[in-house]
Ligand binder design. Structure first.
Ligand SMILES: C[S@@+](CC[C@H](N)C(=O)[O-])C[C@H]1O[C@@H](n2cnc3c(N)ncnc32)[C@H](O)[C@@H]1O
Length: 392
């Protein structure tokens, strides 16, 4: 179902409101889809009927990103995929606290505009796409933020507005493709950087795999994860930077670690294995994490850390090591049998083995002791670590 600005207008009408409310409260399951559509088509056009059902189902899906707000918001499939999760948008919006107004360059359905407006800013929400501009307008009204969010239909590379601070979230995908290079973004990174002469205080959200070579001198680069999942890298400029350099931030804890170039000691695995948060790894701060927590690396090229004490930190997950050996499948199965183990997961770093097919080749004791098998390298040799999965 393709949402059009006309259908979106209808979805906001008094005629659609009662049906939309009921469907939002109880979106039809797949098995009830056809019957629901047939019933709705007695009252509405086929396009209106599918628009009602799609929106109700998207609102349900959007709860993960927008929480309770989702039940009042308006979505289109690809726009929802592109939207910043509210927890991350709320965090990045905090940087603009000293500004009264901000431009959201490429606002989409308004994930970031909403967080900026809720932080007390007046937001110029700019997008060249009519549906995006209509969605941000609808969402601003639905969330009673219409006096703070001002939608503008325009190309951000030919700006006609006067603001000192801006946030930009260029598109990373089309319906069929995902882009992995800053030059391929919509608009490209270079076009956004060119705006710095007019807009000195700029935040640009980029793909989490951003290479360090793309960080301009003087910028702050921040990798942000949410619940252990890497979400984005942001380049900060002007008064929005806290310092030049790279840092990792993990949400919801809100804890940050700067990459200062510390090098970790390299030793064989101790009693605990630590998996640094992906934001720490991407920011290049694994050595700094080791230095901060008194840990060591188990191999100079592998981002697993180890230590003899259990440390609770939002910056890494910890596993108790039961045993570790040079990698050998027969020996691994022998040890798993001796432990009466149930392998809940195989994780790897620095090993070419595919975890899931490999897990099927391992000894399993149903209702046995839950363990995780790590396939990695120690002193540049393939290594296996059996860790306690019932403990974290
Ligand atoms: C990743 S989405 C933004 C998502 C938004 N931050 C959110 O949380 O909902 C990127 C947006 O940039 C818009 N866009 C891409 N190139 C643009 C341009 N040159 N001018 C204006 N908008 C543009 C796209 O239409 C799209 O809506």
């Amino acid at each position: 179902m393709t949402l059009t600005p006309q259908l979106l207008r209808w979805l906001q009408s008094e005629e659609a409101a009662p049906r939309l409310r009921a469907l939002t409260e109880k979106p039809p399951a797949n098995s009830a889809l056809l019957a629901t559509l047939t019933r709705l088509r007695r009252e509405f056009s086929p396009e209106q009927a599918s628009a009602l059902v799609s929106l109700a189902r998207l609102r349900q899906r959007a709860e993960k990103k927008f929480g309770v707000r989702a039940s009042r918001m308006f979505f289109a499939e690809t726009r929802l995929q592109q939207a910043s999760p509210h927890a991350v948008a709320r965090y990045t919006a905090r940087r603009y606290a000293t500004f009264a107004s901000v431009a959201d360059l490429g606002c989409g359905l308004g994930g970031d505009s909403i967080a900026l407006a809720e932080a007390g800013l007046s937001v110029l929400a700019v997008d060249r796409d009519l549906l995006a501009a209509s969605l941000v307008h609808a969402n601003a009204r639905a969330l009673e933020l219409a006096s703070a969010i001002h939608p503008v239909l325009a190309d951000v590379t030919a700006p006609a507005w006067d603001v000192a601070a801006a946030w930009a979230d260029p598109g990373r995908r089309t319906a069929t493709r995902r882009f992995f290079h800053p030059d391929a973004l919509q608009p490209p990174l270079a076009a956004l950087l060119a705006q710095r002469c007019r807009i000195p205080h700029l935040g640009i959200k980029l793909m989490p795999g951003l290479g360090h070579e793309h960080i301009p001198p003087g910028a702050e680069a921040e990798w942000i994860s949410l619940n252990g999942e890497l979400k984005e890298a942001v380049l900060w400029f002007g008064d929005l930077t806290s310092a030049a350099g790279r840092r990792a931030t993990v949400l919801p804890a809100g804890v940050s670690l700067w990459a200062r170039g510390a090098r970790a000691r390299v030793l064989s695995p101790g009693d605990f294995l630590y998996e640094p948060d992906p934001a720490v790894i991407r920011a290049g701060a694994v050595g700094d994490l080791a230095a901060a927590l008194g840990l060591w690396q188990i191999d100079p090229g592998i981002a697993y850390l180890s230590g003899d004490a259990r440390i609770i930190t939002p910056l890494a997950r910890a596993w108790r090591v039961l045993e570790h050996h040079p990698f050998e499948l027969k020996r691994l199965n022998r040890r798993l049998r001796a432990m009466q183990a149930w392998v809940v997961a195989v994780k790897k770093r620095g090993s070419p083995i595919k975890p899931e097919p490999f897990r099927k080749r391992l000894y399993h004791h149903k209702s046995g002791r839950p363990v995780i098998v790590f396939l990695t390298r120690v002193a540049n040799r393939p290594w296996m670590i059996i860790a306690d999965a019932g403990w974290e």
